[in-house]
Design a protein around this ligand. Structure first.
Ligand code: BGC
Length: 808
């Protein structure tokens, strides 16, 4: 069942009923200011950091769901309704929400009045702007009252939800004209405030939640609106809100638009006050002046549209499969931008309070983002590398505002360092910016202790080598990619976090995943070492990789697939000898991607085992059989009920590794088949089962052991976005930048017969026409009409267009 449809031309998903199976959201904002907005207008916004600079309060895990943030009420005579459907769940004559690239437009009508709200964060602004257009479609004059509503968060979202003994006494507000200023804590250490204004005179306002709603009322029954009269309340403590009341008279057929601005404003410390006790509002007035006319807002919309068009034209595909086109051309890169911006911090499943930017997550997010805005990827690499320790290990997370490593979680996730090499290699392949390797970058943000970025990579690589276990395989530490495989944790106390508790110190638990990751990383690392003039290091790296490969084949092969790990006691994890958890997806994907076992048939065997044991119609589950009881020696993985999350859920993030691995052994049909099982647009028709947005990936879909098989959770902020982009664009469609040229090597099976890719890279444009007849052993290329050897097309000078014909 569907709840909307794609509008490919407009690059929008059109939700046609408010009753979707879960709130379907969008992200507004590009760099510093971000909003989450659901199809019924729920959500919240923040400046840079979802924890420390949050403007709007949001109520998680609530009933009803998706309450908080912003709302808009219309009073038409005695009839009060909410055009976004929530919070009043008004019966609407029509409803539509269009989630586009950085814009969300929600339209509802009732009794001859249509209200359309267009939300965006304009480029370069730290504000969410909303154009409200009211149209009288009836034959009589309409006299309306419109009430806006936002509920302010007292900045620190964690504190806001916990510290009521303080918070109920600190809320402060100022009013000037049609603008409401949220100035809580501005009197002391903050130099920022929020402003909520509208470009029209108002009939009144409210800023105190209790006065506006009534103490015992919800957002669906605000007393001020129901009674039709704003109270002009000034909050003092308790819960500050912002609500304007507009009186609007509309002749039959008449439309009027208003622009609301919800902004974040900072003042220099020496310029905080206009006069004693009165906040300096100059920058806020200037902000509102930039949107005092609807034409200014329309210009901002056009600018944003052009911005996205120029980003998306960097890599496009045209094929006969419209779902493939819309994923590759629009929604997958869009999600990659969001994961780059948010890491795993703020979504409808991530509270924005707990986690900052993940070291491994952000490095992987780069893979799908780097071609969009390479300069930002560069800065991100420097930020991430700055949280690495001098011994090559790394903070697992850091806070985006301070860019400091997060001490609560610390380090000890032994896969982390290698991801830095993978991220940097991807950046250099895309840009050719080898100079980044010579940048001086601090360890642990200590400017007194710096080294070149290449030296950081060297320490990453050697960290693995310095931390090998009894079988010559990498020690797992607290966990590897699979955060829930905690082999040194041994937790029997419910209040201990699995990731940061190590009840046993040992150097025995080893990860075949990290071993595969090491072999995958080594060729790029060696090439970079060579580039830097460290020939010996390059040779040594290749030798270490050969040794690691040998260790995997000797100690990491179970007969039909790659083992997952050795636990604290040296027992196998992911072996046919195990009671549960006999086979895991991660080492099959990563070892084959790295080329392990490709020459001797083990790679094929491992992938066949994946197909036989792990593949399901909804995607490939993480392990089988699911753990049916808690294994103290394995940690969190066995704490989940069977079929969910890391315990045999379809953890989508790792599915693309198997897709890429299938292309490594030349089985494009299988790769594309797996792709279609999890790619969002292909799931639109089963939205009732899948539940999350049909335009983005979710982290997890319940596996076949789960009670609710096929149901997705945790949409948006997942490494699936980047990796599935890499799988489809780089390996299945087969166009990928390498250090010395653009690789053209499609591997998509028989289903898609012809397709064209246009790829911009290092300033040149490559137009690649693929005739996928599958007649030849490998792809045959003609570059600008000339037959060439191999599949690597040397980079053309910037400004040139290269025509490539590829026959398979
Ligand atoms: C984390 C990733 C991790 C994955 C698998 C996600 O929630 O953000 O870092 O690799 O889970 O455990």
């Amino acid at each position: 069942m569907q709840y909307g449809h794609f509008d490919d031309e407009a690059r929008e998903y059109v939700v046609t009923t408010p009753r979707t199976p879960y709130p379907w959201i969008n992200y507004l904002g590009n760099e510093d200011f971000f909003s989450l907005i659901s199809h019924t207008g729920g959500g919240y916004c923040f400046y840079r950091d979802a924890r420390f600079r949050r403007l709007l309060r949001y109520r998680y895990n609530n009933s009803p769901t998706d309450v908080g943030g912003r709302a808009l009420y219309i009073r038409d005579g005695d009839d009060v309704w909410t055009p976004a459907w929530m919070p009043m769940k008004s019966e609407l004559d029509s409803f539509e929400c269009r989630h586009g690239l950085g814009t969300t437009k929600i339209r509802g009508s009732r009794n001859g009045v249509t209200a359309e709200m267009l939300y965006l964060v304009p480029l370069g602004e730290t504000a969410e702007v909303c154009r409200l257009t009211l149209t009288n479609e009836s034959s009589t004059v309409k006299t309306l009252k419109v009430f806006s509503l936002v509920e302010f968060c007292l900045w620190n979202a964690w504190d806001d939800q916990t510290n009521f003994q303080r918070n109920f006494s600190i809320g402060e507000i100022e009013i000037e004209g049609s603008a409401i200023y949220h100035v809580t804590e501005y009197r002391e250490r903050r130099n920022h405030y929020a402003v909520f204004g509208v470009n029209s005179p108002i009939a009144g306002f409210d800023t105190d939640r209790e006065t506006f709603l009534g103490l015992y009322n919800g957002l669906h029954e605000p007393e001020a609106v129901l009674e039709g009269a704003p109270r002009n309340s000034i909050a003092s403590g308790w819960a500050p809100i912002g609500s304007h009341c507009l009186e609007v008279e509309l002749a039959p057929g008449e439309s009027r638009s208003f622009v609301f601005v919800l902004g974040y404003v900072e003042n220099p410390d020496e310029d905080k006050w206009e006069r004693p006790g009165v906040v300096n509002k100059e920058p806020a007035r200037a902000l509102m002046a930039r949107f005092s006319e609807t034409a200014q807002l329309e210009a901002a919309v056009a600018e944003l549209r052009d911005h996205w068009s120029s980003l998306l034209e960097i890599s496009t595909v045209e094929s006969s499969d419209e779902r493939l086109n819309r994923m590759v051309n629009t929604w997958n890169p869009y999600q990659c931008m969001v994961t780059f911006n948010m890491s795993r911090s703020a979504s409808y499943f991530e509270s924005g309070i707990g986690r900052g930017m993940g070291f491994r997550d952000s490095n992987q997010d780069l893979l799908g983002f780097v071609h969009l805005v390479p300069e930002r990827a560069r800065q991100r690499i420097i930020d991430i590398a700055s949280t690495q320790f001098a011994d090559g290990s790394a903070y697992h997370q850091y806070q985006p505002l301070t860019k400091r490593g997060n001490n609560d979680i610390g380090s000890g996730f032994n896969d982390d360092p290698l991801w830095l090499i993978i991220g940097v290699a991807a950046y250099i392949k895309e840009t050719g910016d080898f100079d980044i390797l010579s940048e001086e970058v601090p360890f642990d943000n200590d400017e007194a202790n710096t080294a070149t970025l290449f030296e950081h990579l060297r320490r990453s690589f050697h960290f693995t080598l310095e931390n090998l276990g009894p079988h010559g395989l990498p020690l797992i530490g607290r966990a590897d990619w699979n955060d829930c495989l905690n082999l040194n944790c041994f937790s029997e106390t419910p209040d201990e976090p699995y990731q940061t508790t190590a009840n046993r110190e040992g150097r025995t638990a080893e990860s075949i995943f990290i071993a595969g990751q090491f072999v995958y990383t080594a060729p790029d690392y060696a090439d970079l070492a060579e580039y830097m003039g460290f020939a010996e290091e390059a040779t040594a790296a290749r030798e270490h990789s050969t040794q690691m490969e040998a260790a995997i084949l000797e100690h990491g092969w179970d007969g039909e697939w790659f083992l997952r790990a050795y636990d604290f006691f040296g027992n196998k994890v992911g072996s046919h000898e195990c009671e549960d958890g006999q086979i895991f997806i991660e080492p099959q994907g990563f070892c084959v991607m790295a080329g392990v076992g490709v020459d001797d048939g083990r790679a094929l065997r491992a992938l066949d085992s994946v197909a036989e044991r792990l593949a399901t119609p909804y995607g490939i589950v993480l392990n089988q059989p699911a753990y049916s009881r808690y294994h103290v020696e394995l940690g969190e993985i066995s704490s989940y009920p069977p079929g969910y999350k890391e315990n045999a859920g379809i953890f989508c993030h790792n599915n693309p590794w198997v897709m890429i691995a299938e292309t490594r052994v030349g089985r494009g049909d299988r790769a594309f088949d797996y792709y279609k099982r999890i790619a969002a647009a292909y799931l639109e028709k089963i939205s009732d089962v899948h539940r999350t947005e049909p335009y983005v990936y979710s982290q997890m879909v319940a596996g076949r052991d789960a009670v609710r098989e096929g149901e997705a959770k945790n949409s948006w902020l997942t490494g699936t976005a980047a990796w599935n982009y890499v799988a489809i664009a780089h390996h299945i469609l087969g166009i990928r930048p390498e250090f010395d040229g653009l690789r053209v090597s499609p591997c998509i099976g028989a289903e898609i017969q012809n397709f064209t890719v246009t790829r911009r890279c290092r300033g040149a444009v490559y137009r690649i026409r693929v005739t996928n007849s599958l007649k030849h052993d490998g792809p045959l290329l003609k570059v600008n009409g000339e037959t060439t050897k191999g599949t690597l097309v040397p980079y053309a000078p910037a400004g040139e267009t290269v025509d490539i014909d590829c026959e398979t």
